[in-house]
Design a protein around this ligand. Structure first.
Ligand code: FPP
Length: 231
């Protein structure tokens, strides 16, 4: 199978990475940010068209406020420090999740970056921040109800109310740090995604790990509920 068009990544294991080194959790997130930058560059070089990074879930607000604030600071850092790279590589940055629930300064930063990169036709990086799959579906249903007749609801129609309806469903969802669950990530869009779980903690991820995941993906046979092609 060829290259996936859209890859989603659950960047897990920052806390464990820090704990193993007797460091504070935030140090793990800082290294996680560096890994996110490495993988974004690698994905763009390889020719991936869409990359969704799960940076902060709707459930992550339950964490200590220091940790939450630190992650929000990293989001800003990512947006600012990647601008040169985005311009050079024509990367378009987008957002998935409940935008209205984000702090105003983060909203401003994301809006600005989305505007500055909106004309770029290279890889699209979708930052899932304050994102939850169930929350996205609920928000889509609310928008749908407020605009129309709910008796004609269909998968196709509801899909068009999701956060980024023009983006194809993820072909591959990668999760680092070994846990075999989706954790509320791209529930609607990921219905038929191939899932690749790696034991490696997110801060240790490098280009070769992405290449391994792609090698593994190539061997999969996607049937979308149908039956195998018999030669
Ligand atoms: C999960 O590890 C990671 C997060 C909740 C935060 C991810 C954020 C970043 C990598 C930085 C921001 C990145 C971008 C692209 C803007 P965990 O803390 O749940 O780890 P644990 O399960 O080992 O405790």
């Amino acid at each position: 199978m060829e290259l996936p068009r859209h890859i989603g990544i659950i960047m897990d294991g920052n806390g464990r990475w820090a704990q193993q080194r007797s460091l504070v959790r935030t140090q793990g997130h800082l290294e996680g940010l560096k890994a996110a930058k490495r993988i974004t560059k690698a994905a763009s070089d390889i020719g991936i068209k869409y990359l969704t990074l799960y940076a902060f879930s709707t459930e992550n607000w339950k964490r200590a406020s220091d940790e939450v604030n630190f992650i929000m600071g990293l989001v800003k850092q990512f947006l600012r420090s990647e601008m040169d790279f985005s311009v050079k590589n024509k990367i378009r940055v987008r957002h998935a999740g409940d935008f209205s629930g984000l702090p105003h300064d983060i909203q401003k930063e994301i809006s600005q970056t989305m505007e500055d990169t909106s004309g770029f036709d290279g890889m699209q990086v979708i930052l899932a921040i304050n994102y939850g799959g169930r929350d996205e579906i609920i928000r889509a249903v609310r928008r749908y109800i407020s605009g129309g007749n709910i008796s004609d609801i269909s998968e196709k129609e509801l899909s068009s109310y999701m956060d980024n309806p023009d983006i194809p469903d993820p072909d591959l969802i990668i999760r680092s740090a070994g846990e075999c669950r989706t954790s509320n990530f791209l529930l609607w869009e990921g219905a038929y995604s191939e899932i690749f779980v790696s034991k490696k903690l997110w801060p240790d991820w490098d280009r070769e790990d992405l290449e391994d995941a792609l090698e593994n993906y190539k061997k999969r046979e996607r049937r979308f509920g149908g039956i195998a092609n018999v030669a």
